[in-house]
Write a protein that binds this ligand. Structure first.
Ligand code: C2O
Length: 495
């Protein structure tokens, strides 16, 4: 029936074998057809049973002894100790983490249909109102500002702080959804959860990271799951992954990815250890839960029919990150200061711009920002990248010169952390095309690259942190990457 023989996919710890013994295939199909719905929090009243169950579960989990793996802090420690960031296990790991929590909430509250709602920050730019109610566990009012040196303090964002367009707006979502290359979408390849190079794609490097910094407090570091908003943030990331797949984009079929086991990391509602395999996790939104479409501003996406989608998810595709051409590094050891908008002055060689223009249909030009380091743990800012900007009036995200943004989610205060230099991939083909068609840059002499540090919220704390910050970029390497356009798009059956 399904190429699924792993436990845990249907309902937390319930294995297919156990389900089958409950009454055979019809029961399984029933269970799949009636799988819990992950709703947009914007559509939920504060007394909705979903939010009541979530509050109830958090209260219980906070009161459980620390010997119980379902204890709220214990759950956050799973994240602290094992979460992968800056690699392609980021998406499946956090998916499994959410599924395990769903099961714990169901068990503790008896609400067997519970599934985490999502916070669609593209349409709802502030932290949703139920997370600010006085006396609510959703408000997150920690009793200490650090645990073992790791920040766990209250949110820096207030109920009126707004996320900006360049972090979560529709155009960044369009950029993300338009990625045809799995690693530009889902972050770089890896063979282990941690310890390898960290290469951020746009989804993780921009909205994911920036929302952590925007919320601030515990959310700015690796004990972030202590803040109940964490789970709704990640539910939205997971939904975007599902939407990207639904639009016809395949995940990699590299066995290092599909055979990777997340064993012994998560527990279900009975504290039983869960084993998840990445190749099975990619099917979860078709079998274990489903997403309600966003209720506010977002336009509906065109989706593959479910059978085609299931096949696409089961099979994946070869998704090599093929570098067709690598140009010499154009800046070494470049420091960007937060004190003023900075023309970094790195020059994108005429060859790179030309190569990008010539190869535009089957390749894309990516700026690989390597060995990026911060001199602060106060990640209240993000970085904007511009091409060919000459005056400060061109340093704004509305201008043709704007190429993209990225943010940091490093933690970095504890020994367990996976910190150190990271890499961001900024795709610039479209910007180059636009500048060329509008005749806005001197392609014969190379195109200037500028960077600007921008506060992640419009408040004093974020502005001060930005002023103090320095970001060091080890090298900028322009690469022409294969666009991987073999990916099936809706209405284009593969052959
Ligand atoms: Cu592993 Cu958004 O955090």
């Amino acid at each position: 029936m399904f190429t699924l023989d792993r436990r845990s996919l249907l309902a937390g710890g319930t294995s297919l074998v156990a389900l089958a013994s409950l009454g055979g295939c019809e029961r399984i199909l029933d269970k799949i057809a009636n799988r819990p719905v992950r709703k947009d929090i914007a559509s939920l009243a504060t007394n909705d049973p979903i939010l009541e169950a979530y509050r109830d579960a958090i209260t219980q989990m906070q009161a459980l002894p620390s010997s119980d793996q379902r204890n709220w802090l214990k759950q956050a420690e799973i994240h602290l100790n094992t979460c992968p960031h800056g690699n392609w296990f980021f998406l499946p790991w956090h998916r499994a983490y959410l599924m395990a929590l769903d099961d714990i909430v169901r068990k503790l509250t008896g609400d067997t249909t519970f599934s985490m709602p999502y916070w669609n920050w593209t349409c709802q730019r502030s932290i949703p109102a139920p997370f600010w109610e006085t006396g609510s566990v959703l408000r997150y009012t920690p009793t200490s500002n650090t645990i073992n040196g790791i920040p766990t303090g209250p949110r820096t964002a207030t109920s009126t702080s707004q996320l900006s367009d360049v972090i979560v707006g529709q155009s960044i979502i369009n950029t993300i959804m338009g990625q045809t290359n799995f690693q530009l979408f889902a972050s770089g390849s890896a063979t282990a959860l941690r310890g390898g190079p960290r290469v951020y794609g746009t989804l993780e490097g921009t909205p994911h990271n920036a929302v952590h910094g925007f919320v601030g407090g515990a959310m700015g570091d690796f004990l972030s799951p202590l803040d109940p908003i964490f789970w709704l943030h990640h539910c939205n990331i997971d939904r975007i992954w599902y939407d990207w797949n639904s639009a016809g984009n395949a995940n990699t079929n590299d066995p290092i990815y599909t055979n990777f086991s997340l064993n012994g990391i998560f527990v279900d509602g009975d504290q039983q250890s869960l084993d998840y395999q990445v190749g099975a996790l990619v099917l979860a939104p078709l079998l274990t839960y489903r997403y309600e479409d966003p209720q506010l501003c977002v336009s509906r996406i065109r989706r593959l029919d479910e059978l085609t989608l299931r096949k696409l998810l089961e099979e994946g595709r070869p998704q090599a990150f093929t570098v067709l051409e690598e140009l010499p590094a154009i800046a070494n050891d470049l420091t960007i200061s937060g004190r003023a908008p900075t023309r970094a002055g790195a020059i994108l060689q005429p060859e790179a711009a030309r190569a990008s223009m010539e190869a535009i249909s089957n390749s894309q030009l990516v700026l690989r920002l390597q060995d990026v380091k911060l001199d602060t743990k106060d990640e209240n800012f993000f970085v904007r990248v511009y091409l060919g900007a000459s005056g400060s009036d061109q340093l704004n995200p509305e201008s043709s010169h704007y190429a993209g943004s990225f943010a940091f989610f490093e933690g970095g205060s504890g020994q367990e952390h996976d910190h150190g230099p990271v890499t961001f991939l900024i795709e610039v083909s479209e910007t180059i095309e636009r500048l060329q068609s509008e005749d806005r840059a001197d392609f014969a002499n190379g195109v200037d690259i500028s960077f600007e540090l921008v506060p992640v919220r419009d408040d004093e704390r974020a502005r001060a942190a930005t002023m103090r910050a320095n970001v060091n970029i080890g090298a900028i390497v322009p690469q022409l990457i294969d666009r991987n356009i073999s990916t099936a798009r809706p209405g284009e059956p593969e052959n």
